[in-house]
Design a protein. Structure first.
Length: 246
């Protein structure tokens, strides 16, 4: 890209999550600016893709990194549309990355009135935790409020380069809601649903159809919550220096 960044760099797995953030379409693999010097990288699902995107943003001279998108609930009290603004990101091996405290406080204030917002820990997983049993075990072991597959990688890159880091995640599937198996096989590396794969998966497991419809409804709730959060956070999220003296 031609311009140099002077705001935060956002790592986002799915195009739909990016749309909730910037209000416009974004393609997997795309780097684009969207105001206040901020840049967006839509990377696809998983830690490898997230690390690559975070490194691209660092090379573009961003001054901070943000992990933005959806998450699975581990805390049984959380439901679709609840916002997770963690103080820590942890992984299965016990590593801990701390969120930038001042930035976190400003974002927490900005989210007042946007629905339920919780802190605590966010678990970074290398595998999809789709079953109730896997979520229950992860919650018992780590105490994390939610889980995703990108935040730990973004936090690692931020720590390597001495950059402020925050994560903003919205719950889609609650702790007691299993993800249909068709979900894992229907997504390509860019996080896009592939109709042919989905149809093949449903042909093998037609019982997943109801679960997919319920998941689509919950994702719609989460996307509306992400849109509200993006509007409320505004420049304070896109640039950690905004309102720093507040």
């Amino acid at each position: 890209m031609n311009a140099r960044a002077n705001g935060a760099g956002f790592v986002v797995a799915l195009p739909a999550e990016a749309r909730a953030l910037i209000g416009a379409s974004a393609r997997a693999g795309e780097l684009r600016s969207f105001g206040d010097g901020a840049w967006l990288a839509v990377c696809g699902v998983g830690e490898t893709a997230a690390r690559r995107a975070a490194q691209q943003l660092v090379a573009a001279n961003v001054i901070a990194l943000v992990s933005w998108g959806t998450a699975g609930g581990l805390d049984p009290q959380l439901g679709a549309g609840d916002i997770v603004l963690p103080q820590h990101v942890v992984d299965a091996g016990g590593a801990v990355w701390h969120i930038d405290e001042r930035w976190h406080r400003r974002l927490q204030r900005a989210l007042h009135g946007c629905g339920r917002v919780v802190g605590g820990s966010l678990l970074g997983s290398t595998v999809l935790l789709g079953s109730r049993g896997a979520k229950r075990e992860a919650f018992t072991r780590t105490g994390a409020a939610a889980v995703d597959m990108e935040s730990a990688a973004v936090a690692t890159v931020a720590a390597e380069h001495g950059l402020p880091f925050v994560a903003v995640r919205v719950i889609v599937d609650a702790a007691d809601q299993a993800l249909p198996r068709a979900v894992a096989v229907a997504l390509d590396a860019g996080g896009r649903a592939q109709p042919a794969r989905l149809c093949a998966a449903l042909a093998r497991r037609p019982q997943d159809l109801l679960g997919l419809l319920r998941l689509a409804w919950r994702f719609a709730l989460a996307r509306r919550a992400m849109t509200r959060a993006a509007r409320a956070l505004g420049p304070a999220l896109r640039n950690p220096r905004t309102g720093a003296a507040a």
